[in-house]
Ligand binder design. Sequence first.
Ligand code: FES
Length: 572
Amino acid sequence: MSSGIRRGLTNYGDAAFSLFLRKAFIKAMGYSDDALERPIIGITNTYSDFNPCHATVPQLIAAVKRGVMLAGGLPMEFPTISIHESFAYPTSMYQRNLMALDTEEMIRAQPVDAVVLIGGCDKTIPAQLMAAASANVPAIVIPTGPMLTRTHQGERLGACTDCRRFWARFRAGEIDQQEIDAVNARLAPTAGTCMVMVTASIMACITEALGMSLAGAAAIPAVHSERLRLAEATGSTAVTLVRNNVRPDAILTAKAFTNALIVLHAIGGSTNALIHLTAIAARRGVRIDLDRFDALGRKVPVLVDLKPSGRHYMEHLHEAGGLNAVLRELKSLLHLDMPTVSGKTLGQEIAAAEIVPGQEVVRSTGNPIYPSGGIAVLRGNLAPGGAVIKHSSATPALLKHTGRAVVFDSLEDLAARIDAPDLDVTRDDVLVLRNAGPKGAPGMPEAGYLPIPKRLGQQGVKDMVRISDARMSGTAFGTIVLHVVPEAALGGPLALVQTGDMIRLDVGERALELCVAPDELERRRAKLAPPLPAADISGYRRLYLGHVLQADAGCDFDFMTPEMIDSVAPVA
Ligand code: FES
């Protein structure tokens, strides 16, 4: 295949003319023939006035460009979609696949020999890795990096573990308008991604564990000069990737995804990240089997003492040695021979990394935060395709529970009835929300954290078993079953549940059962309305609803995943 400026010529039926025309136009930007003969490194510009998590992208691009030129390449930035969690309607998950399509096609469409992907906010790095996996052009990621923290009345604030907490205190009248305004101004004190261990931080860690970013990339704060130096090194490394023809297919292998799943468990787990990792792996034909993920979780301890489940923040993980401090503890479980974008293996990166004496952020495997991973996979007649529960955030007494279902048909139904004084509900009931999945909502919102009915909340009830086909923010706590597959909108068993049915949850047995006789379920199924009424929809919504897969397949589009050729490898 041609390279550099000759790569992917626009088709006019005369290749020489296409190149002539391309050069004529690009010279309008002031490029010389000498510059145009060099390896071209594309740099995604995901800056947006709507995306504060990406506020430093212009400085990162400048540093990446410097690195590319120092290594003899020609840097060329180009825009792609940018997604911020708070500026994405109906949900950022709905737009993730659009960003992946956009990024992939722009990598294909333009003459880039390698691409530097600058992402950060929750869905951006997943979308970029999905794109890189499909385009299979040499690629390297540099995350924008986490925010620094700020305090309020001496208490350190975390975005967004403290967002809901302070809002609940305000609604309860515990703090006044002046105080909530002060908190609002301090929750996100710098540019960068949320500084607790939730999806953005987890995906940055996973990217580093996969070998798709340089060492240190996950934890260096967004506003530290070290991140700019890392960006410069990332640019130089992109040129080396071209020279050595290192493509994502050499890095994103089944063993690398196994490493990533181990890291996912060890850093505290994230149900959202599991969906993203499943989608990225599937783009390379690697199947992440939920039961194998569950089995891994029984062997991998949680080691990182970060909010929301621990004490510290990403800046402290950086000071403690970054992700390499975690990888070092996991060495006996990891495939250390996996290549990384640096040219070193994962094992060599770990060996070369700083050891910080006395650090208290990353525990040893002999002294973990939790002895096993935080996410379990459930099966049963209510979730034949699987469901997940973050049991490390659940109430232990509810992990084995049988209760009466109280069903909400949709997000609107939930909002209308959950606080109704006459809602027939007790603390032992099981709250069920349906039609909040990938197609049903659509976009699988983070609505799985069903609020405790007001009347029960006033009686001091803090947790109940809750079940849905939705997702949940990593900052939420409770005995909450998520990602039920198949979702209700596809006619999954969740659609058959009626208020008053008994539901059995047993996390130890990994069981989720609807205690209703099969023939009764069949009778109910016969009366179900056809899934997804034909609606007059067009554009991206039509594409999305027609093709989005279920959570166990990563919620990617069905036409984006090749035949599965491998699956995540077991560990010893
Ligand atoms: Fe962007 Fe949290 S809102 S990372």
